[in-house]
Design a protein around this ligand. Structure first.
Ligand SMILES: C[S@@+](CC[C@H](N)C(=O)[O-])C[C@H]1O[C@@H](n2cnc3c(N)ncnc32)[C@H](O)[C@@H]1O
Length: 213
């Protein structure tokens, strides 16, 4: 998600020292202590943070770490989250390519990927958050029973992701090609998702379980 530059974004993010983790590596292996929870979820690419905000309240028994690399977007999310400071959630406003520096082996229980950028050109596929290069890193940081929950509007990205996950040892636990056909009050609608629902487009969803390799 690209946004026009906001002058207030960086100073605001820097001012939110409890919410925005400046140096996530110092908590590597210690996120459960930091968030005072036994189970940790990570959402990569939170955008303006509607899903992260709603889910971290709905599943308050879990610790939540939101990652967003675009600072002008992350600042909007941080503003919303700062209105209700909660001990179980923090943000990392950096590129998820470095997650192995921030999280220890097996430390994360669920990874959420919502409407990840599709990067349609063959030459840019490696940037997809469901490319095997990223999946290898998820496998490292996920617990034995770890899961990945993935939603998208993009059928091409959905097909690509099924192949990538299953070729890398993941088991499909749930699959839907029209997730919002039924009511799912247990899952918050993201900003992008709301737009596609409005356009009557189907939402694709996968829940993947880490296989035993
Ligand atoms: C298409 S938007 C979707 C936003 C939100 N998840 C939603 O569903 O409304 C994808 C977001 O992921 C972020 N993103 C993409 N690649 C990322 C990466 N490697 N690290 C952190 N954030 C990333 C983008 O900056 C963008 O804000």
């Amino acid at each position: 998600m690209r946004m026009r530059k906001k002058k207030w974004a960086i100073p605001f993010l820097k001012s939110q020292t409890d919410l925005v983790i400046e140096n996530p590596s110092i908590y590597k292996g210690k996120w459960k202590e930091k968030l005072n929870r036994n189970s940790i979820r990570v959402e990569i690419g939170i955008g303006k943070g509607a899903y992260f905000d709603g889910m971290s309240k709905m599943y308050n028994e879990d610790g939540w770490i939101g990652i967003e690399k675009e600072l002008n977007v992350a600042a909007i999310a941080a503003k919303k989250l700062s209105e209700e400071p909660l001990e179980n959630r923090v943000l990392i406003t950096k590129d998820a390519k470095d997650i192995l520096d921030w999280f220890d082996k097996g430390e994360i229980d669920i990874i959420h990927l919502n409407f990840s950028d599709p990067w349609p050109k063959r030459s840019t596929r490696k940037r997809r958050l469901t490319h095997s290069n990223f999946i290898d890193q998820y496998t490292e940081i996920l617990s034995e029973e770890g899961k990945i929950v993935f939603k998208t509007d993009n059928s091409g990205l959905f097909e690509f992701s099924i192949i990538e996950f299953t070729h890398n040892g993941y088991i499909i636990e749930e699959i839907s090609v029209d997730y919002r056909r039924e009511k799912h009050d247990e899952d918050v609608i993201t900003e992008y998702e709301a737009k596609f629902i409005e356009l009557n487009q189907p939402i694709y969803r996968l829940v993947l379980k880490k296989g035993r390799i």
